[in-house]
Design a protein around this ligand. Structure first.
Ligand code: SF4
Ligand code: SF4
Length: 390
């Protein structure tokens, strides 16, 4: 850490962004006992021996707080795979970061969760694969996950921590949405994220196995609207629509280099967790450069920041400050050029073609999952027992 430049580069041009992101997404590890085929981790994941040390993460958190970051999202992989999570949470609390643990829950014990709460953890976000136990096991290639998640949900409430349930939705669990909503209520969640899959990384590889039909998607809109009304004052809903059936794209990450900074297990600093899929990009590392310098002056952060990089139709569009042309990684994956308009946009010349792909894939029989694994793709794995290691 000694080699990190202590100040922002003196000769650097004035930044075109807020002096600090609101949130830091800290991917503590890519290790995870689950193997979800829609995982947003890159296809080439970081191995345990490349991960930042406890002291390095603590330094990252101090730097984040100094530059004005408010929220810390502790993610992975499975962040509870890190034996030093308590120390990291304690540091977050000491420097005044609001900490959110994003977890699949299966490695937690009540004692450990209590310890994390005592260290200052502020919030838990628990992911579920399905409300049907057997299907949840199949999707995650992990036995007994749902039983454990029910326990974890109970412990979170007993310890007085706020709980968000995150439910990624796709064609292989979409019919169970009403049961997933009931499960979130039963777990005592104050918030439920019904998140249609976004097709990057492993999800793009598994797109045909995950893509729902447009009719299935429209039904979920109706179900969420009704549940939102019925559960007013009990549970808040976040609803993420699938890009393939949208009219306009989402402002990916709230705009490139705008509100979130992402640090990978090995210390690379990314504007978005999928950014490594873009070719020709160079990412700074917290081991060699200060976080604030990377945020303000880093080449990757300035590559698509603002609107000057845009081509038509985005350049002259009155929505360009609203959605920032959508997702760069999706534009690259689907068109081969990251500066193109995201094909999720109905104004993109590729939109009709992309919608057709979704229609075709969603109506064909689902192929087997390619499960997410460190060390490469292995198609169609049988559900495995818990193992947090590599
Ligand atoms: S495999 Fe599943 S639980 Fe593990 S990090 Fe990926 S999405 Fe989360
Ligand atoms: S053309 Fe570009 S800026 Fe306009 S709505 Fe589509 S993606 Fe957004």
């Amino acid at each position: 850490m000694n080699e990190i430049a202590p100040h922002i580069s003196a000769a650097a041009p004035a930044p075109k962004c807020a002096t600090a992101p609101v949130g830091l997404l800290a991917e503590l590890t890519h290790r995870c006992p689950l193997q979800c085929p829609y995982c947003s981790n890159p296809l080439e994941m970081d191995r345990a021996n490349t991960e930042l040390t406890t002291a390095e993460w603590q330094d990252v958190l101090r730097q984040a707080a100094e530059m004005g970051v408010l929220q810390l999202h502790l993610s992975g992989g499975e962040p509870t795979s890190r034996k030093d999570l308590e120390e990291i949470v304690k540091t977050a609390a000491d420097v005044g970061l609001y900490s959110n643990l994003i977890t699949a829950g299966v490695l937690l014990t009540r004692e450990r969760l209590q310890k994390l709460a005592e260290c200052g953890l502020d919030h838990v976000q628990l992911s579920i694969q399905d409300a049907d136990a057997a299907n949840a096991d199949r999707i995650a290639a992990y036995k007994g996950g749902l039983v454990k998640k029910r326990e974890v949900g109970r412990w979170v409430k007993e310890l007085g921590l706020p709980l968000t349930v995150n439910a990624p939705l796709h064609r292989q669990n979409i019919e169970n949405l009403p049961k997933i909503i009931d499960l979130a209520v039963e777990l005592g969640a104050g918030r439920l994220e019904v998140a249609h899959i976004q097709y990057y990384a492993w999800a793009l590889k598994n797109r045909a196995a995950l893509m729902p039909t447009r009719e299935q998607f429209m039904k979920t809109v109706e179900i969420v609207e009704q549940a939102r009304e019925r559960l007013k004052g009990i549970m808040v809903f976040d609803f993420v629509v699938p890009d393939y059936y949208a009219k306009y794209p989402k402002p990916c990450m709230g705009g490139w280099g705008s509100g979130i900074i992402n640090v990978t297990p090995s210390g690379k600093v990314l504007p978005c967790h999928a950014a490594e899929s873009l070719p020709g990009m160079e990412f700074d590392n917290v081991r060699t450069r200060r976080l604030m310098d990377i945020w303000l002056q880093g080449a990757a952060f300035n590559k698509f920041r603002g609107t000057e990089w845009m081509k038509e139709p985005c350049r002259s569009c009155d929505r360009k400050e609203i959605d920032f042309g959508g997702c760069r990684c999706q534009a690259f994956a689907l068109t081969g050029d990251a500066t193109n308009t995201d094909p999720a946009c109905s104004l993109s010349s590729r939109h009709a073609e992309w919608f057709k792909v979704a229609e075709q894939e969603s109506h064909q029989p689902a192929p087997p999952f390619v499960y997410r694994r460190i060390g490469g793709d292995k198609s169609k794995a049988e559900p495995a027992d818990a193992d947090a290691g590599e």
